[in-house]
Design a protein. Structure first.
Length: 318
């Protein structure tokens, strides 16, 4: 599926243990890119988040991880998760978002990600505490395959339910003092929402076909209190888009099936830059001092790796 890849072996320091891991990437076409390893052995590396105070979190099967750089070497720190009753738990973590006004990170997880009947939960991590822990906010109901997560300035959390069978939906979780209230923001007829992002009154989403392989799109909506309207397709391919991120004037999206990361202008959908990355599942936009401004942090789901993709694309996070 991915032809012409450059395979390199890098020796890295990870939690004081030296790993040799295979790292696969090739970049081409309109711009220069160079890849550096951050983490390996992240089971089904799913999503990444760089917080406003420059902390890097990674979600994956059975683990929620913080990547910490010390003396030039990256380390993988496992973040424990606790249920409401105080019992420590493990589950498959997926979408991540930061509610900046509250200095908190929210993530969703499923006891078994591809089991539509498994329990789904929302967890929160307080960035102001000295000990990093995830604590259950509440259980998410009537969702079969939770996925991407975003939030708005009112403190609402939006969750994509990609649905194991059939079309998916977008859920709205309105936070309360002891949990959240849940409503369905939008039910799709023919699409499965995957990644979600919010910006300035607009909700963005990647939509995949019910068949999983077909027309895949990045779309933008006007966000209302009780729904969405004015769908506009920004970029599309016959493939399978995963998560994405917003940059000034455009988007950067992970094409999981084609093994590519695209940089697209929002105004007209023009493809500006692209790079080949094995099974990319999410992209985050790096900022100083943790990364060079505009570097991409890309998770590779099938390879279990997290990489830093240096580039000259001129990216600025929104």
């Amino acid at each position: 599926m991915w032809i012409g890849l450059i395979y390199r072996i890098n020796q890295v320091e990870d939690m004081d243990i030296k790993y040799l891991f295979a790292f696969s990437i090739a970049c081409f076409l309109t711009s220069f890119t160079h890849a550096n390893p951050i983490l390996s052995n992240v089971s089904s590396a799913e999503n990444s988040l760089i917080t406003s105070n420059n902390r890097l979190f990674i979600s994956g099967d059975g683990q929620f991880t913080e990547a910490v750089k010390t003396n030039g070497a990256w380390q993988k720190i496992a973040i424990p998760a606790y249920l409401k009753n105080g019992v420590k738990t493990t589950c498959d973590f997926l979408g991540i978002t930061e509610l900046k006004e509250r200095s908190k990170v929210y993530t969703v997880c499923a006891d078994s990600v591809y089991n539509p009947l498994s329990t789904k939960r929302l967890f929160v991590l307080d960035l102001n505490t000295t000990v990093s822990e995830l604590h259950e906010v509440g259980q998410i109901q009537n969702a079969s395959l939770i996925n991407g997560v975003t939030d708005d300035e009112q403190g609402n959390i939006y969750v994509a339910d990609s649905a194991v069978l059939g079309a998916g939906k977008i859920l709205k979780l309105s936070l309360t003092s002891n949990g959240f209230t849940q409503t369905t923001l939008h039910q799709y007829l023919l699409d499965k929402p995957n990644g979600l992002k919010y910006d300035n009154g607009h909700l963005y989403a990647t939509l995949d076909a019910i068949s999983l392989l077909g027309l895949t799109r990045v779309v933008r909506y006007d966000l209302l209190n009780n729904g969405i309207r004015n769908e506009r397709t920004i970029f599309s391919r016959i493939s399978f888009f995963d998560d994405f991120n917003l940059v000034n004037g455009g988007i950067v999206v992970a094409d999981f099936l084609a093994g590519k990361v695209y940089h697209v202008r929002e105004s007209d959908g023009q493809l500006l830059n692209q790079a080949i990355v094995v099974s990319p599942s999410s992209v985050s936009i790096g900022t100083d001092p943790l990364f060079n401004q505009g570097d991409l942090v890309v998770t590779g789901k099938l390879t279990g790796t997290v990489i830093q993709l240096q580039n000259n694309w001129g990216l600025q996070p929104r």
